[in-house]
Design a protein around this ligand. Structure first.
Ligand code: FNR
Length: 182
């Protein structure tokens, strides 16, 4: 089988470490896994008044999430939680009530930060939201990555010091998505 993975990157920053991480992770996956980074920077701010006529960008996002065999969230931590841009995208794709794109999906949650706790609080908040939305998340291994010199090599791959750990995470993630797909 082939597995299409829809990737939420929680940063819009041009040189985002998390976007770089998402790209590097895709290279560590088995060949039958195909990753697509979702555009969330062009979504309007969520407004419940628009539920009956969702914007084109929202319908696009929902279709991409619905058709995916698995989800991957790669996010920084902003003020000890997930960034607003990511929460905004999740809120959009979860609505209108009864028509969420998320129900029954499986996801991995990972992130990289310049801060010492490496997105732990952001990931915990995100897991709470995903549990409510009926998205099963890979519990172990947890991956709280620290953006320090040498984390990425010159080609944008995971540097030598962290490669084995991140590869181990990807192996578990791939097995989790396969098992969930049945
Ligand atoms: C941060 N940063 C941050 N880091 C962290 O570990 N915990 C935190 O709570 C915060 N809070 C926070 C708030 C805001 C508004 C910004 C802009 C940044 C720092 C953050 O880890 C750093 O900017 C990363 O580089 C963001 O990830 P990307 O954009 O490189 O993917």
């Amino acid at each position: 089988s082939q597995y299409a993975i829809a990737v939420f990157v929680g940063s819009l920053r041009r040189d985002s470490f998390n976007r770089k991480l998402a790209t590097a992770l895709a290279r560590l996956a088995p060949a039958e896994f195909h990753f697509h980074q979702l555009e969330i920077g062009d979504l309007p701010l969520y407004n419940q008044d628009d539920d009956a006529h969702q914007a084109q960008q929202v319908l696009r996002l929902k279709a991409e999430v619905k058709s995916a065999d698995g989800l991957l969230f790669v996010t920084p931590e902003y003020n000890r939680s997930m960034p607003g841009v990511l929460k905004n995208a999740i809120d959009h794709a979860s609505r209108p009530y009864g028509h969420s794109a998320f129900a029954g999906k499986a996801a991995g949650v990972i992130g990289i930060s310049v801060g010492a706790i490496g997105t732990a609080l952001a990931q915990q908040h995100l897991r709470t939201t995903l549990a409510y939305l009926d998205v099963a998340t890979l519990g172990q291994p947890e991956a709280f990555l620290h953006a320090k010199e040498g984390f990425f090599d010159d080609d944008g791959n995971i540097g030598a010091a962290s490669r084995e750990f991140v590869q181990g995470w990807m192996d578990k993630y791939a097995a989790f998505i396969r098992a969930h797909a049945g």
